[in-house]
Design a binder for this molecule. Structure first.
Ligand SMILES: [Zn+2]
Ligand SMILES: [Zn+2]
Length: 232
């Protein structure tokens, strides 16, 4: 039934490639050309960086699964997902993140999935939170349930580009907080979803907020990571 609905809706809203937004078959997620040129890189399963930055410390999560480098074709897909409802990118990359979570033993420990929250005004603007979309895809694949009422985000009075790296980190820690009426997650292991990891400050800030309300461990699940010079 779902397939029929998809086919009909494709007549009205033609299906587009997750990465180049070219028209594709109604039941596909990407075009063949993009599938073949998707960038690859290896990320450290603990800090989620490429190359590994574990020795720098300052990480509050316990592991991080990252599917692809944030560059070229993949970057286009993430921007489509973030700003233009390009949900095919999340659908295509979520199974890759799922496999990395499973390979590292993160999934077998986890009991719920959550997402990096947006401020309420940003949510009103976009109408959706792409991180929640990723969480829902991982929920379908893993059978774990989602809880999006754990964390909130307050807006920062200062624009990001005015801040140094250290100030950004401090701002991230002030921005994310546990919601008042959250469910009991004492002793539970949580999967935390987001679209991109850059410095890891956002994920660390959210992991710390989750641990402040009792989470035992937090594993991050991210579609793409920025590559530092020298990374592959
Ligand atoms: Zn394409
Ligand atoms: Zn590392």
């Amino acid at each position: 039934m779902n397939k029929v609905l998809n086919w009909v809706s494709n007549l009205v809203f033609p299906n587009r490639c997750a990465f180049c937004s070219g028209f594709i078959k109604w039941d596909a997620l990407v075009c063949e050309e993009c599938r073949q040129k998707l960038e690859t890189a290896s990320f450290c399963p603990l800090c989620g960086k490429s190359p590994c930055e574990c020795s720098a410390g300052g990480i509050s999560y316990d592991g991080c699964a990252v599917a692809r480098p944030y560059a070229g074709t993949v970057r286009n897909g993430i921007l489509e997902l973030k700003y233009r409802c390009g949900f095919n990118a999340a659908e295509y990359l979520a199974p890759e993140v799922f496999n990395i979570l499973a390979e590292n033993g993160f999934l077998s420990e986890a009991s719920l999935i959550t997402a990096v929250p947006m401020t309420r005004s940003r949510r009103r603007e976009t109408g959706y939170n792409q991180a929640e979309y990723i969480a829902k895809e991982l929920s379908k694949l893993s059978g774990l349930s989602c809880d999006f009422k754990l964390l909130g985000k307050r807006s920062s009075p200062r624009a990001q580009h005015e801040l140094s790296a250290d100030e950004r980190r401090a701002e991230a820690f002030k921005a994310y907080f546990p919601l008042e009426k959250h469910s009991d997650i004492t002793g539970k292991t949580v999967i935390l979803c987001d679209d991109i990891i850059t410095t890891g400050s956002t994920l660390s800030a959210c992991a710390e907020a989750l641990k402040s309300i009792g989470a035992a461990k937090v594993y991050c699940a991210v579609l793409a990571g920025t590559i530092k010079n020298g990374g592959i």
